[in-house]
Design a protein around this ligand. Structure first.
Ligand code: ASP
Length: 363
């Protein structure tokens, strides 16, 4: 029996539809800008950012806004043209779908789920089809979704047969009285809900398997740590002023059996609250859990009055260089794309015609 949290549990700001639409006159003609970020890595730079120190949001509110990521990591800047284009094409496809859906008035909750599902189906990202391998050579997937209207959320961890873990996370949120399922219980719940399952072999992608072999070789040589790579996420503000976030991952290559990262931990890797911000993180999950990064961004906006950009910078600033990054969107549509790793596959779109995808730092 589905159970929704009581509305009093959340801060629900007034709907801003008419206010924001009155600013529609400021909208510029739609333009497609592909920012491949082809310069040397310049971590942490948001191509769309203006005032990283800004304490308040000053820009005119947007009708809708969407940010996506395909994972923070250390993609070499001499990546083959084919590989680079593959990332940019798949990010653009997901971003375009989400942008079009928000433009037609779809709820942010549906949009982040649909966008994450598209990225999960791509073998290029570390989620769904392209998930990385555990030390034992399996794929264990984590995902979460959160509704900024009422703080309702759903998470799954360690699933091995769910084609699109974000769909299961949504079912946990809406069709159970709980918020977090793991392993066998999650799989059983999926079966009851008619969620699509696949044989574990579905997740086999040769390049991911090769990454595991390299990690195992390094480990036996020097006790190396897990490799970081991938994850997908989306955050959105819809025309009704509602925020939502979703994140999905295979975790870290060579992770231990049973290890759970930040992605399904609400407040660590995923968070959304209409009063503040929607956030989706990517990077070394343990660090995001220790620092409660996604909720930290929200708290910095709420308690310190920071802009989304400044809050995201401050939160990521608590991590060690190379740990990862996050995407965030605030109540007025302000987008932040912040990372301290060499690369973060990412994209942003809004009702003012912004549409851009990028891999490394700002060109
Ligand atoms: N944050 C994910 C995890 O630790 C991995 C990633 O984003 O690449 O599971």
């Amino acid at each position: 029996m589905p159970r929704r949290p009581s509305p009093s549990a959340a801060h629900i700001p007034p709907r801003r539809g008419s206010l924001r639409r009155s600013h529609g006159i400021l909208a510029v003609a739609a333009a497609v800008v592909l920012l491949a970020g082809c310069t040397a890595p310049a971590p942490g730079i948001d191509p769309g950012s203006e005032d990283a120190q800004g304490a308040t949001e000053t820009a005119a509110p947007l009708d809708f806004a969407l940010a996506i990521h395909g994972g923070a990591g250390a993609l070499p800047d001499d990546l083959s043209e084919e590989r680079k284009q593959g990332y940019l094409d798949d990010l653009s496809k997901a971003l375009q779908h989400g942008r079009d859906r928000l433009a037609e008035g779809a709820p942010s909750l549906d949009v982040v789920q649909e966008v994450v599902r598209i990225l999960e189906d791509s073998p290029l990202f570390n989620a769904g089809k392209g998930a990385v391998f555990t030390h034992e050579g399996r794929n264990e997937l984590d995902a979460a979704i959160m509704d900024g209207r009422d703080l309702n959320c759903g998470s799954v961890a360690g699933v091995t047969t769910i084609k699109n873990p974000v769909d299961l996370a949504r079912a946990v949120m809406e069709e159970s009285r709980h918020v977090f399922f793991t392993g066998a219980g999650a799989e059983q719940f999926a079966a009851e809900q008619g969620i699509e399952t696949v044989e574990p072999e579905y997740f086999f992608v040769q390049s991911r398997y090769d990454s595991l072999q390299r990690a195992l070789e390094r480990e036996s040589a020097a006790g190396a740590e897990d490799e970081k790579r991938g994850t997908v996420g989306a955050v959105a503000l819809d025309r009704d002023g509602n925020l939502a976030a979703a994140t999905s991952t295979g975790g870290l290559t060579n992770k231990r059996f049973g290890r759970v990262g930040d992605v399904p931990v609400i407040g660590a890797g995923t968070y959304a609250n209409n009063a503040t911000v929607a956030v989706s993180c990517t990077g070394i999950g343990e660090q995001f859990i220790r620092n409660n990064i996604a909720h930290d961004v929200s708290a910095l906006v709420e308690y310190k009055g920071l802009s989304v950009e400044a809050a995201a910078q401050e939160a990521i600033g608590k991590l060690d260089p190379g740990d990862g990054g996050l995407i965030a969107v605030g109540r007025t549509g302000e987008i932040a794309l912040i990372f301290n790793s060499a690369s973060m596959l990412r994209g942003a779109a809004d009702s003012n015609g912004r549409f851009e995808v990028a891999i490394w730092g700002s060109p």
